[in-house]
Structures are given as C-alpha cells and as structure tokens.
Design a protein around this ligand. Sequence first.
Ligand code: SAM
Length: 285
Amino acid sequence: MPRFDPRTYKKRIILSWNEFAPKYHSEWASKEIGPFKSTSKLITISGIKKGDFVLDLACGTGVVTKKISSKIGFSGKVVGVDISPGPIKIAKKWNTKKNVKFFVIDAEKIKFDKEFDAVTCQYGLMFFPNVQLVLRKVRKFLKSDGKITVVVHGSKKTAPYFSCISNAVLKFIPEFLPLGTPTVHRFGTKNLLKKEFEKAGFKKIKVYEFNFKYNPGTFQDYWRDYFTNLTTPLKRKFKSLNSSQFIAMKKMTEKNTKKFTKNGKVIFPWRVLILTAVNPKKLSD
Ligand SMILES: C[S@@+](CC[C@H](N)C(=O)[O-])C[C@H]1O[C@@H](n2cnc3c(N)ncnc32)[C@H](O)[C@@H]1O
C-alpha cells in the first residue's frame, strides 16, 4: 500500500483541479446549488464590509472572491490565491473589477507583507496536508482581532454524496488513494473543526451548521456523473478491476444510496459547517 506523500499529492491536486475546474464552476459553484448555498451564508457570517482588505484562500474559480469584491466596494481589496492555475484562469475571466487580484500559490507557502482585515476559505481547508502550518501563516498577516471564516463539508454520514461511492470504491480498490490521504470529511464535525483552530491559537471560535440538499438525478445519473468527473489519474485506477468486480462495485454503491432515494431520485442531505474565529494577536515572523 503506497504511503501518503504531500508532494505527489499536491501534483495530483493541481492536475485534477486544472481538469475539473470548468465543470465544477459552470455546473455547481457558480449556480450556488446544493452545498454551494454556503457561498452567500459565508459572506453574511464573515461580516466583511466596505473598504476591507480580504484574502480568499484556495479561491478556486473565484465564486467567493466575486461576492467579496462586490461587498468591499472600490475602497477595499480582495486577493484570491489557489495552488492550481486552471481555476485561477477562470476566476480572472469573470472577476474583472479593479479591486480583485489573483495569484497561483500553495496555501502552505503564502507570505504577505500587508495586513488583512479578514480571511476566507471555502471548501479548501481539507485539501491542505499541513493545516496548522497554513493557520499559523494566516495569523502572521491577519490583523489582531481580524476574522477568518472557513467552510467545510460535514462527515461521511451527514454529507454522503462522496462516501456512497467512495466506500464501495475502497472496498474493491483499497489502494485507490495512498494511506493517510486527506479526505473531504476531515473536519466534518463541529468538534474536529473547532479543535484545529484552537490548536493554532485562534479565539472566539463559533461553528454554524447548515443542512442543505443535493439532487444529482437518478442513481444512474449520479453514477455516470462520478465517472465523468473523475480526473485522468484516478480513472486509470479502475483498470485493475475486471467487469464482474466493476458491476459488484456499482451494486454496492446503489445499495448505499437506497436510503436517500425517493421515487427514483437520489436526494442527498449535505451538512456544511461554517467556522468563524478571531486572531487574538498578529504573530510576528
Ligand atoms: C473545492 S475547490 C474550492 C474553490 C472555491 N473556494 C469555491 O468555494 O468554489 C478547492 C480548491 O482548493 C485548491 N487547493 C487545494 N490545495 C491547495 C493548496 N495547498 N493551496 C492553495 N489552494 C489549494 C484547489 O486547487 C481547488 O481550486
């Protein structure tokens, strides 16, 4: 079984997001459907206001960045950063206001000599191999009393869109991902999420819970979508299965989705957690 290696993982993340970004943007993020109803909630909860200087971490195709740029007006500034050039290219295309700037950079390597009023990060935190490193860096350029607002997916149980398939995939291909690879559910409970921020020294931590729904269509639609959306490096891994194993894996997935299926349609519950925390004191280098 291969072991998790952050450098190889990041290379795969970049390849995957470069490939997946156009579909992610046009079919989900920009439509604000299912879990992406969080984008508006984040803006409200963050309290970002006119004139603020904001950093949007792991900004992807810029859906959060765009809302921030409207909120802060011309006297404010927002900087969006992401490790993958593909999403940033899309973000630049539709974020044309003068108060927005984008950079391709790994969140674990960010460095700014300016001070931000606020930091946001929607559905990015779980991808960082060393979250503590990122949070400590954030504390160096988020002003004292500045606020960070983070959005993450719930647990396997409360946001089962991913796990209905991935539980079956891992049964048939245990080495699908190297042992220790970060999962999207990594901070999927209030307690886990809160603890990570406490550990990094943030204060006044609050976690809000939202329960959205997402309907991918029928089971067939869900199944087809999964394979269409799989990026090339992951698609290759299915070549190790023979056809009867593949059929059995599909059957197992269908069984997993049964309890979310009504009148032929799969409707997934989708818990989303939004955390806010305050930097008690700007850290020095
Ligand atoms: C699910 S998308 C979220 C994008 C955007 N925040 C949104 O809400 O639509 C996750 C993004 O995290 C980025 N990402 C993953 N690891 C990263 C890292 N180490 N540093 C910066 N960005 C990273 C990916 O490239 C991808 O664009």
